[in-house]
Design a protein around this ligand. Structure first.
Ligand code: HEC
Ligand code: HEC
Length: 225
């Protein structure tokens, strides 16, 4: 996430000034944003897709298919956690790193004391809700009643879909920026950059709220006057 901010600012900084922009710098920043957005958005898209797959399987009485789709959904949750959580959140503390460096075993889920716990931003709340529905879904799949399964799947998809869409907007506009820089074109750059960062800010507004201040990318201002 922080890298996204760095990339945005490098794009803006490289496009500033009267001199010709540093096109390769813009392109590198934009491509990195696109890849990260595709990765993160891809997890949400995967969760959404597996939700549809679960419903289809239950409708056609395919228990194996439903279980497989449920597992793939969980793998997408975990995949995103591994690629977005800070390492301390994954219990990789200094003590753990120390033992790894000495080639010693470590206990999973070591208790760590967090002196300043992170604020309960809407994202964390919604993660707890997601986890609740994800667990309920497993129970419902044991009973295998379409209506009950659907209720849980819909609750998960309702969270996944808007996020997948936001990341798609980020990724598409970052790709546009990369394409424009390849052609050394300034026209359209401001629009793509603004669309992209508006999606960043809109999601932060929803998911982080006012509780967690998040660094805002620099605005596109093109050549300096
Ligand atoms: C965009 C990537 C992403 C996806 C996809 C994702 N999560 Fe998370 N999840 C996070 C982040 C980031 C946190 C850290 C919470 C925070 O923001 O403080 C988190 C935290 C959590 C937590 C811990 C909440 C707590 O008490 O601190 C649970 C449980 C969780 N997620 C469950 C799920 C489940 C279940 C799914 C899939 C249905 C899922 N997540 C999908 C990124 C993701
Ligand atoms: C679909 C939602 C979503 C999108 C899109 C999104 N973010 Fe975030 N971002 C979050 C959430 C949620 C957090 C807070 C995670 C936390 O505190 O646990 C976050 C945190 C951050 C942080 C703080 C990271 C830190 O370690 O302090 C930065 C910087 C950031 N985002 C930049 C960006 C930029 C730049 C973009 C667009 C190119 C972007 N984000 C797009 C959801 C999103």
């Amino acid at each position: 996430m922080r890298m996204l901010w760095v990339d945005c600012n490098r794009v803006v900084a490289a496009g500033r000034g009267d001199a010709e922009p540093t096109w390769h710098e813009i392109r590198a920043g934009a491509e990195d944003i696109a890849q990260r957005a595709e990765l993160i958005g891809g997890f949400w898209a995967q969760i959404d897709k597996q939700g549809a797959e679960i419903l289809d399987s239950v409708e056609f009485d395919d228990r194996i298919g439903a279980t497989e789709a449920y597992k793939s959904m969980g793998a997408a949750c975990d995949g995103c956690h591994h690629s977005t959580w800070p390492i301390a959140y994954m219990h990789v503390t200094d003590g753990v790193i120390d033992r790894w460096l000495k080639n010693l075993p470590t206990h999973g889920q070591m208790e760590e004391v967090d002196e300043v716990p992170p604020p309960l931003i809407p994202n964390r709340d919604s993660m707890k809700t997601l986890f609740f529905h994800y667990q309920m879904l497993e129970l419902r799949l044991e009973q295998f009643k379409l209506g009950d399964v659907r209720e849980q799947v819909e609750a998960v998809r309702k969270q996944a879909q808007p996020r997948a869409a936001r990341w798609k907007t980020v990724a598409e506009n970052a790709r546009t920026i990369a394409e424009l820089s390849k052609k050394h074109k300034r026209e359209g750059m401001k629009e793509a950059y603004t669309n992209m960062t508006t999606a960043c800010l809109a999601c932060h507004g929803d998911q982080a709220g006012a509780l967690r201040p998040i660094m805002v990318p620099m605005p596109w201002d093109g050549p300096m006057k």
